[in-house]
Design a binder for this molecule. Structure first.
Ligand SMILES: NC(=O)c1ccc[n+]([C@@H]2O[C@H](COP(=O)([O-])OP(=O)(O)OC[C@H]3O[C@@H](n4cnc5c(N)ncnc54)[C@H](OP(=O)(O)O)[C@@H]3O)[C@@H](O)[C@H]2O)c1
Length: 335
C-alpha cells in the first residue's frame, strides 16, 4: 500500500495523521488496573515501525506517566516522523473548575477530579506537557472535556495564543457537543473533535459528524474496540485487575454481553473470509466511516500493536460494511 493511503489530514490543519493512531490511556495504568512500562515502550516503538505514527496521550493518563513514557520512547526518533496529540483541562490538583468524579491514584490516594479550562491553567499545562513529551511543539492540542465554569471563548483564546507561539500546530476538542463545537468555531478554526465512537456507540452520527463535515473538521474516534470488548477476549467470568474500571462496564451485564457475543460471531465470519482478526475488522470498519482521520486504537504491548496495525492493509467490501451495520441494528446494539 502506498504511504499516501496510510495517512489522512486532520481537518484543515495541515497535519497528516496515520489512519490508525496509538492510544496511550492504558499505558498510564490509571483506571486500567496498572501497566508495564517495558511493554508500553515496546508498543510505542513497534507502532512507528508499522506506520502508526500518530500518538494520542493526555496529562491525566497516569497523572503524567503516559506522557512521560511517550516522551522517553520517542526521544531519539526525528521529530517529523511522528505526530503528538495531547490534551489539557483535567484538574486533579485543586478544586478549580467543574467537579467531575472521585477517583484514586495508583497509590490509592483519593482524588477529586475537576474539568478546568481556564486560560492561564491551559498555558501552564502546555509547558508541562512539552517538558514530559521532550519536545518543543505539540501537533494537535485538545481540550479533554468541556468545562461549564469557563467560557468556551476563553479556552479557545488560550489555544490561539499557543498556536501563535508555535507551541501547538493545531487546536482540537474532545467530548464536545454540536452546540459547543459551534461556539468554539466563533473563536478558532478547530481541527477536530475526539469522541467516543465504535460500531456499537453511534451517538455522534446524528449531529456531530455532519457538523464536523460542514466545517472541514475531523472526527478522532476513541475506544473503537470498546476498550477491548470488541476483540472477543472477555466473557462473563473474566477477571480484571484491581482498579480496572472495565469490570463495571455495561458489556459485563449478561444481556449486553449475550448480544455482543452474537455480533462478535458475525464479525468472526467476516474476519475469517479475509484472514483477519476481530480487532482488524473492527478498526477497519471504523476507518471507513465519514469524517474519520485517525482511529485511536489503545494498546499496551507490541503484540496488540502488531495485530491492530494489520487493519491498515485490510479491505472490507461494501457488503461487509453493510452487513455489520445490519447486524448491529438487528441486535439493537447501536447506542
Ligand atoms: N478524549 C477522551 O475523553 C478519551 C477517552 C477514552 C479514550 N481516549 C483515547 O482513545 C484511545 C483509545 O481508546 P481506549 O484505549 O479507551 O479503547 P480501545 O482502543 O477500544 O481499547 C484499547 C484496549 O483494548 C485492549 N486491546 C487493544 N488491542 C487489542 C488486541 N489486538 N487484542 C486484544 N486486546 C486488545 C487493550 O487493553 P488490555 O490489554 O488491558 O485488555 C487496550 O488497552 C485511548 O488510549 C486514548 O488515547 C480518549
Amino acid at each position: 500500500m502506498s504511504r499516501e493511503m496510510q495517512t489522512r489530514p486532520i481537518g484543515s490543519s495541515g497535519i497528516e495523521a496515520s489512519v490508525v493512531g496509538l492510544g496511550t490511556w492504558a499505558i498510564g495504568g490509571w483506571m486500567w488496573g496498572g501497566a508495564e512500562e517495558k511493554d508500553a515502550m515496546a508498543a510505542i516503538r513497534k507502532s512507528l515501525e508499522l506506520g502508526i505514527t500518530t500518538i494520542d496521550t493526555a496529562p491525566v493518563y497516569g497523572f503524567g506517566r503516559s506522557e512521560d513514557i511517550v516522551g522517553r520512547a520517542l526521544q531519539s526518533v526525528p521529530r517529523d516522523q511522528y505526530q503528538l496529540l495531547t490534551k489539557c483541562g483535567m484538574n486533579w490538583e485543586t478544586e478549580e473548575g467543574e467537579y467531575f468524579f472521585d477517583t484514586n491514584d495508583e497509590s490509592g490516594r483519593p482524588i477529586r477530579m475537576h474539568k478546568f479550562a481556564g486560560k492561564d491553567r491551559i498555558i501552564q499545562e502546555c509547558e508541562d506537557s512539552l517538558r514530559r513529551l521532550k519536545t518543543d511543539y505539540i501537533d494537535l492540542y485538545q481540550l479533554h472535556w468541556p468545562d461549564a465554569t469557563t467560557p468556551i471563548s476563553e479556552t479557545m483564546e488560550a489555544f490561539d495564543r499557543l498556536r501563535q507561539q508555535g507551541k501547538v500546530r493545531a487546536a482540537g476538542v474532545c467530548n464536545y457537543s454540536a452546540d459547543q463545537m459551534l461556539e468554539a468555531l466563533k473563536t478558532i478554526d478547530l481541527a477536530s473533535n475526539q469522541v467516543r465512537y465504535s460500531m456499537v456507540s453511534r451517538d455522534i452520527e446524528k449531529d456531530i459528524v455532519p457538523l464536523a463535515q460542514k466545517n472541514q473538521m475531523s472526527i478522532l474516534p476513541y475506544s473503537p474496540m470498546e476498550r477491548g470488548f470488541l476483540t472477543g477476549k472477555f466473557h462473563s467470568q473474566s477477571n480484571f485487575n484491581a482498579g480496572d474500571t472495565r469490570a463495571n462496564s455495561k458489556w459485563m451485564q449478561s444481556e449486553n454481553m449475550h448480544k455482543l457475543e452474537r455480533l462478535l460471531d458475525h464479525l468472526r465470519q467476516i474476519a475469517s473470509g479475509h484472514g483477519a482478526t476481530l480487532s482488524q475488522v473492527v478498526l477497519r470498519w471504523t476507518m471507513e466511516q465519514p469524517a474519520i482521520a485517525t482511529v485511536l486504537a489503545g494498546a499496551r504491548n507490541a503484540h496488540q500493536v502488531e495485530e491492530n496495525a494489520g487493519a491498515i492493509a485490510l479491505r472490507l467490501s461494501e457488503a461487509d460494511l453493510q452487513s455489520i451495520d445490519s447486524k448491529v441494528n438487528e441486535l439493537g446494539l447501536a447506542s
